[in-house]
Every structure is written in C-alpha cells, then in structure tokens.
Design a protein around this ligand. Sequence first.
Ligand SMILES: Nc1ncnc2c1ncn2[C@@H]1O[C@H](COP(=O)(O)OP(=O)(O)OP(=O)(O)O)[C@@H](O)[C@H]1O
Ligand SMILES: [Mg+2]
Length: 487
Amino acid sequence: MAESPRSVLVVDDEADIRSLLSDLLTEAGYVVRKAKTGAEALESVAKDLPDLVMMDVKLPDQDGIGVLRQLKREHPDLEVIVMTAFGGSSTAIKAMGHGAYDYVTKPFEIDDLLATLKRVFEHADMSSEVSALRLELGKSAAERERIVGSSKPMLEVFKLIGKVAPSDATVLITGESGTGKELIAEALHRASRRNPHPLVKVSCAALPETLLETELFGHEKGSFTGAMTMRKGRFETANKGTIFLDEIGEMTLGTQTKLLRILQEREFERIGSNTPIKIDIRVITATNRNLSAEVESGKFREDLYYRLNVIHIHMPPLRERKEDIPFLVEHFLVKYRHAAGSIPTSISEEALTRLVDYDWPGNVRELENAIERAVVLSRGNPITLEHLPFGDRREAADRARMAGRRARLEGEADEADAEAVEAGSNGNGNGNGNGAGSFKERIATLERQLIKEALDRAEGNRTKAADELGIYRRLLYAKIKEYGLEE
Ligand SMILES: Nc1ncnc2c1ncn2[C@@H]1O[C@H](COP(=O)(O)OP(=O)(O)OP(=O)(O)O)[C@@H](O)[C@H]1O
Ligand SMILES: [Mg+2]
C-alpha cells in the first residue's frame, strides 16, 4: 500500500497494556504512540494529531470520559475507542454517548480488537459526518447504572443505546416479558437530548380502543357525552420529549392508522377537533409479541411496522445470559436490603447456584421478585435454598434425582461429586455454605463451575464453549488459566 501508515495513540496507565497494544498494533502495521495519563494524552494529541486514540476510561489523573469529551470538542473528527474493564455497562453507554466510535473490553480479544480498528478506519474513509454524534447526557449516572449486565448480548444492547440515543430515530424494543424493555426505553430517553423534557409512558394493553385514543390524542370539550372539559392527550404532554408506547402489539388497527399519521406528518387532532396540532416527539415502542408474525396474519399494519422498526433492540431472555444472574442478584440484594431497613443480606452458594441454574421464564422480573421475597423471608440471615420459591420440595428432589441420573448415565457421577466437594470447599466445608466466603468468592466458584461445564459440553473446544457462555474467547482463556482448568 502506498498510503502512509495510520497512527494510533494508546492511552493507559498500565505499562503491560501499553506494551501489549503497542506490539500488537505495530505488528499490524500501525504507528503507535503511548501516553500514561489524560494530561499526556491531550498534550500528545495537541502536538501531533493521531488518526485514532485508544484510551482506557480509568486514568490516574482524570476521568477518561472527561478526556474523551475534550478530545471530541477540540477534534470532532478524531476517532476514539475506549477500553473498559469487562462489565462496565454505564461507562460504555456514556462513552458512546460522548462520541467514542466503539469500545472494547479488557481482557482483549485480539481478533475483535483488530477488526474494530479496521472498521474505524474504513468508517473514517467513508464519511466525515462523525461529529453529529454529540449529545447532552443526563446527570444521573447512578440511575443509568441500574441496568445491570455484563454479558456479551447486554453489552451489545448498551452499545446500541449509546449509538442511537442521540438521534430521533424510532426504536422498537422486543423481548420476552420481564427482560427489561421499559428500562431500556428509559435509558434511551435519558441519554438523549430530549432528557430535560418528559418521557410519557402509555400501555396500549391497559385500555379499550376509544379510551386509548382519548388518552393518546385528548379531546375537545363536548366532543362526546361526558367530555365536560378539554383534555390534552399524552402526545401533547410528551411534546419535545419521548413517548413510550408499551405493548404496541395490542393496539387495534384503527388506532394504528392514527399513529401512522402522527409518525408521517408529526401532527394530529384532538378528538372532536379539526385543528391539527404539530408535535415534536420521539416514539419508542415495545412488545413481547412477534410483530412481524402479527403483520403476516393481518393484525398489524405493515407500513406502521416499518415506521416503528427503524432501530430494533432485542432484549435477550435471562436464560441466554446466565452470567448476568449473579450481578443481578447482588443488585437486587442491595436494592431490597435497603427496603428492608439496611439489614445486611448475603446468599449461600447453593442458593446462588440454584438461581443460576433456573430457567427464568419470567426473566429479570421473576428474579427480582424472588430476591425481594427471599430478603423478607430470611430476615437478615443469609439467603438459603429454603427462601427461594422453586416449587415444592418434592419437585426439587425430583430435579436433583434427575440430575444425578443424568450424571450417572454419562458415567460422571464420581467426577461430579468430586467437583461438588471442591466447589464447597471455601472455608467451612459444609454443603450449604451458609454465608461462607465473600460474594466475590462465591461468584468465582460458580463461574468456575459454569466454565467447566461449558468446556465439558463443548468437549474441550474453547471457541464453542466461549460462544455458549456468551463471552469472548480471550476471556475464557484467562479464566481457564485463573481457575486451573487446563488439561
Ligand atoms: N438489566 C437489568 N438490571 C436491573 N434491573 C432490571 C434489568 N432488567 C430488568 N430489570 C428489572 O426487572 C423488572 C422488569 O423490567 P421491565 O419492566 O423493564 O421489563 P419488560 O421487558 O418491560 O417486561 P413486560 O414485557 O412484562 O412489560 C423491573 O423492575 C426492572 O427494573
Ligand atoms: Mg414492560
């Protein structure tokens, strides 16, 4: 290639990371410069503008997001990739919101990293309209952190939120009941420039057609019997903000037609009026139905479907991201511990394992309810199996027997027993592990077990195991080493 090599500035306070990236990128043909702190990075960029900055968001001297903002303010076209520790969801959203091109999580998956870099440069070649991605972020970072998740599918969701929040594009959120669709709608609104204006939520399932329409569009005085006064509808209240139409799949065809018109013309009339009202609004919808199937069967307007589905965010069911469960458990323990009057609550390893094993048809909502209940029942003592709502004892015993039989069939009973002993050996050696070990230790035990099982199922094929676990291969390697799971 005749063109001059691209330059990358690597910003990280850890010497290991700097040299790892430097070696890697140099080998891949980039010219690499390094900086240890935010100040050094700004200075280096001021002196000689690189093509790309790869930056840790945790810097010793200042907040990486602050550095990112300053960089983007001074050089809107400069591409920045941020590096976050595995699991930093809100940082990822924030960084994307402040114009970072992408983010990578540590430990790195090298192929992904190089692919990301390639994409950045392809993108930079194609367009220079990057600076459009600027946005006013809401103040409350703590609130945003309420969306717990560090699994690969959730990180993808966060990334998408960061990317689409600044625009006015209509978003359709799908996913099973209890997966957090409403939470995502809130996050989108908060991270958008409409944040100072209202987020109005309407459930299309709660009301029959005519009531839903008056609710949405409002009515004039005397427009129907009982309409004593003029009433503004929810669209009007939401002006300049966002309207969240939940359970959109329940909307009747008649109302769908009216909604379509609002989306097309950005205006509507109150019921009983001929005066069009203009509105400036962003529409977010959600459903747990399969809308395209509803379109097929004629229950949902196809043209409306395409209008709503400009950006699609799908919330994966909890059983497909089990690695989020321990973090959600911790999150809800804290949440309900406060509700229960700050009684410290912990959870036994056995109970946590059961929570991870369970299938969660009701997703995060069901998990949240289970923890809330357990916090109340355990009254400040560590939560154990008996506080969990998993059917009656017989069913639990049946399940255990089935599991045992399966293990024996596979001729692994002894091995499995040995595992169980090992897993329980974190101090007190008794099977139910009442509050033994810190939360971290218990998660580690569980993590080791999940990884071991995934590796077994994948017959040692690490790529397959990583896929199944929804984690990067590189992370799996690190964990295999950490837990001594090498053959
Ligand atoms: N990732 C998450 N982190 C923290 N809390 C979550 C998460 N996902 C869901 N929750 C909590 O679970 C509950 C259900 O979430 P939400 O109401 O957003 O689900 P939903 O997908 O809208 O469900 P439905 O389709 O039944 O309306 C809420 O209390 C929410 O705060
Ligand atoms: Mg909902």
